[in-house]
Ligand binder design. Structure first.
Ligand SMILES: *[C@@H]1O[C@H](CO)[C@@H](O)[C@H](O)[C@H]1NC(C)=O
Ligand SMILES: *[C@@H]1O[C@H](CO)[C@@H](O)[C@H](O)[C@H]1NC(C)=O
Ligand SMILES: *[C@@H]1O[C@H](CO)[C@@H](O)[C@H](O)[C@H]1NC(C)=O
Ligand SMILES: *[C@@H]1O[C@H](CO)[C@@H](O)[C@H](O)[C@H]1NC(C)=O
Ligand SMILES: *[C@@H]1O[C@H](CO)[C@@H](O)[C@H](O)[C@H]1NC(C)=O
Ligand SMILES: *[C@@H]1O[C@H](CO)[C@@H](O)[C@H](O)[C@H]1NC(C)=O
Ligand SMILES: [Zn+2]
Length: 370
């Protein structure tokens, strides 16, 4: 009794000393969904508790003037580092996706000191992780049961249209308004009044434009369907890169299956069009559609958060390792990367008109749900 009492007292003192327990140190933090307030607090804690490896960056604002922030994770290095981009929750109701971004961050921070591979990658790469891109929409989806299925952002319709929201994943400057979109502002796939009409899409675009030369792999995380979507590249430059995308995507699907036996389909056609893929300047670019296949759909039960994150982590790490090793070990990789850049530059030069010259990375999926 006395012994237990002392332990309790010590714990209480530790708790008091720190003010309050960090939210993520709660039991089962990563097996529950968290609202935006909690996620913002978690981001601050990550930064505070890991000052050597984590910093945060505000890179845009939402329609309702909230900050869009990412966590940058990596060990400092005197060499120029490469980057990995990951954004979650561009679609509000896909609650498993911010949960995954949080899990991803937690996992690499947990293992990088002891796992030699992750440690090496932390020295060579910076991970740019946006847990919630569509902040307004995510907050709205938490309001009550009738808003839970909200997908878009929260900008009001223009003209006669009284509905709210633009599908941010249809608002990028890449064959805007042509593939799997609607111009009816009441529709889930409303693409906005023009390309980049939405501040959220602008934020990602401008940030990526500044960094695109350094990004080895780009992930945008969605749900549901259990798919790994990859872009077709332009006819004249796609072949070598397309094969690599397919190969790496299949490797990721296998890595996912090895964890809990789940089937993820790699789909080169669905969700992409040749046109928009032409504009992609980052060698490895994937859309992940996480669990499930429709049984619970966007209302994935909390008891599936952990297994979903574990398997998706394995899939993402497969791609990141591949990207890292090719960039830092293989001399053939240098040649391929150079060739890719040259071909892309050639295409951009010959095919661009005005602002279109900017290399923009966009994910437009024709699927209307995920
Ligand atoms: C977010 O969740 C926490 C913990 O459940 C709760 O205390 C808080 O009121 C919630 N905040 C909002 C804005 O819903
Ligand atoms: C938004 O970001 C700006 C710039 O980093 C910061 O000064 C401001 O406090 C942030 N606002 C909120 C509500 O966090
Ligand atoms: C849910 O919240 C929305 C937005 O505030 C509101 O319009 C609606 O009436 C609420 N519905 C219920 C059932 O509380
Ligand atoms: C807006 O409403 C007016 C009057 O009902 C109609 O004439 C006009 O065509 C509508 N505009 C659009 C863009 O639907
Ligand atoms: C591919 O390149 C060839 C030769 O340069 C050119 O004639 C053709 O138009 C290009 N195809 C596309 C789709 O741009
Ligand atoms: C995955 O697909 C294989 C082959 O189609 C099938 O036998 C297996 O049952 C599937 N696994 C799951 C978990 O759905
Ligand atoms: Zn989605």
């Amino acid at each position: 009794m006395l012994c237990l009492g002392s332990v309790g007292l010590v714990l209480l003192m530790l708790t008091l000393q720190r003010g309050h327990l960090a939210p993520y140190s709660e039991r089962n933090y990563y097996t529950r969904y968290h609202n935006m307030t909690e996620i913002s607090e978690w981001m601050e804690q990550m930064e505070t508790e890991n000052p050597d490896v984590v910093s945060s960056l505000v890179y845009g604002q939402t329609y309702e003037k909230r900050n869009i922030s990412l966590l940058k994770i990596g060990l400092s290095s005197t060499n120029r580092k490469k980057a990995i981009w990951m954004d979650c929750c561009i679609h509000a109701r896909e609650w498993i996706t911010p949960a995954f971004c949080q899990y991803f961050v937690e996992e690499i921070l947990k293992v990088y000191k002891t796992n030699a591979k992750i440690n090496e990658m932390m020295k060579n790469l910076d991970f740019y992780v946006t847990p919630v891109l569509n902040v307004d929409g995510y907050i709205y989806s938490w309001l009550n049961e009738s808003t839970r299925m909200w997908r878009k952002n929260r900008s009001p319709g223009t003209g006669n249209c009284t509905c709210y929201g633009t599908d941010l994943n249809r608002n990028f400057n890449s064959n805007w308004g042509t593939v799997g979109v609607s111009t009816d502002c009441c529709k889930e796939i409303y693409c906005g009044t023009k390309a980049l009409s939405e501040t959220e899409a602008q934020a990602v675009t401008y940030k990526l434009e500044k960094m695109s030369g350094d990004i080895l792999a780009f992930f945008t995380i969605h749900s549901y369907s259990q798919l790994i979507l990859l872009p077709y590249a332009h006819a004249n430059i796609s072949a070598p890169n397309h094969e690599r995308l397919m190969e790496v995507g299949l490797g990721a699907a296998k890595a996912i299956k090895d964890v809990h036996g789940m089937n993820y389909t790699v789909d080169p056609a669905s969700g992409t069009s040749q046109d928009y893929a032409r504009q992609i300047g980052i060698p490895l670019s994937f859309t992940f559609e996480l669990r499930d296949k429709g049984d619970h759909a966007f209302l994935l039960p909390e008891d599936q958060i952990q297994p979903t994150c574990e398997e998706a982590y394995a899939g993402v790490q497969h791609i990141i390792s591949d990207a890292h090793d090719k960039a830092f070990y293989s001399s053939a990789a240098t040649i391929t990367a150079t060739l890719w850049t040259t071909l892309l530059a050639a295409w951009v030069t010959t095919a661009t008109v005005g602002r279109m010259g900017r290399t923009t990375v966009v994910m437009i999926t024709t699927a209307t749900v995920g």
